[in-house]
Design a protein around this ligand. Structure first.
Ligand SMILES: O=c1[nH]c(=O)c2[nH]c(=O)[nH]c2[nH]1
Length: 288
């Protein structure tokens, strides 16, 4: 029996980069969380302890900071591509690089030149992978918290002897959405694409009369693929943040869909992929 090294990668996780543009009195701020991971021939580093091929994670962190100044931070996809291409081109043992970036958005306080307030929980995300087989960009958003107070039903489901859930034609639907979409190409106007897709997700959540969270997710995916030819595939993960109607009848009080218990757990977790049947091969796009 032989023991061998299996898949491996290494890098600096969660480098918190804040890039300020202050060339004019109206400053701009970019707030990123960048994780880099390198793949390649790192056998000796593990098996014999020889680190000759290993670019330290500390150097990877320094590269993130320095490229932010040297090249600037455009769309997170473009910055991720800069970083991933740099590591593959400049580091001999590296055959593939994965760069994951989350962006936190800051809004100006009353339009102020240099004072900002951070926007809710919502985070824009990207994962860029560059390797010998190709280049992949998977972008998205997470923690987009949305709720609707009607226009949502759930009934007609399969019932077994443990089913107690009442059927409903009018309920609260709420989720903290994670959506990730894989681009079919890289010649994309990243910011425009992001803004357009985010708007479609929100509009569909509001406008589609929901028969289940599954139904809403599919409708979101369908419209994104119809309107954005640059997207090959979109994946959703959506916790169903249950709002249970509180029974106020013991107190002689009527509750026609007005008072709810917002339970934090357990929650339904609805996950779905919507894709074109001719979507190009994903390669290592989704590899964590
Ligand atoms: O939208 C829903 N989908 C389900 O699969 C489900 N299951 C459940 O108990 N409530 C809901 N709601």
């Amino acid at each position: 029996m032989a023991i061998v090294l299996g898949p491996n990668q290494y890098g600096k996780a969660e480098t918190r980069l804040v890039r300020v543009y202050r060339d004019t009195p109206r400053h701009q701020i970019r707030d990123l969380n960048v994780s880099t991971a390198l793949r390649g021939d790192f056998e000796a580093a593990h098996t014999t302890g020889d680190q000759a091929a290993v670019l330290p994670t500390d150097s990877q962190k320094n590269t993130v900071f320095s490229l932010a100044k040297e090249r600037g931070v455009g769309a997170i996809e473009a910055f991720g591509l800069d970083l991933a291409r740099h590591f593959v081109a400049e580091t001999p043992a590296v055959s593939g690089a994965r760069v994951e970036i989350d962006e936190y958005t800051w809004d100006r306080i009353h339009g102020h030149d240099h004072s900002f307030v951070r926007r809710g929980q919502e985070t824009r995300t990207t994962v860029v992978t560059v390797d010998k087989a190709g280049i992949w960009v998977v972008s998205g958003l997470k923690d987009l918290i949305v709720a609707k107070t009607t226009g949502s039903e759930f009934h007609g489901f399969y019932k077994d002897r443990y089913t107690t859930l009442p059927e409903t034609t009018d309920r609260v639907l709420a989720t903290s959405l994670i959506a990730r979409w894989r681009y079919a190409r890289t010649d994309v106007d990243w910011n425009n694409s992001y803004v357009g897709i985010r708007a479609l997700l929100l509009a569909t959540f509001s406008d589609v009369h929901s028969l289940a969270l599954q139904h809403t997710l599919y409708a979101m995916g369908e419209i994104v693929l119809q309107k954005h030819s640059e997207v090959a595939e979109i994946r959703f993960s959506a916790p169903n943040k249950h709002h249970f109607l509180v029974d106020l009848s013991p107190f002689g009080v009527d509750n026609p869909g007005e008072v709810f218990h917002a339970a934090d757990r357990p929650y339904g977790l609805i996950e779905a992929t919507v894709l074109r049947d001719d979507a190009p091969n994903p390669g290592t796009a989704w590899l964590p």
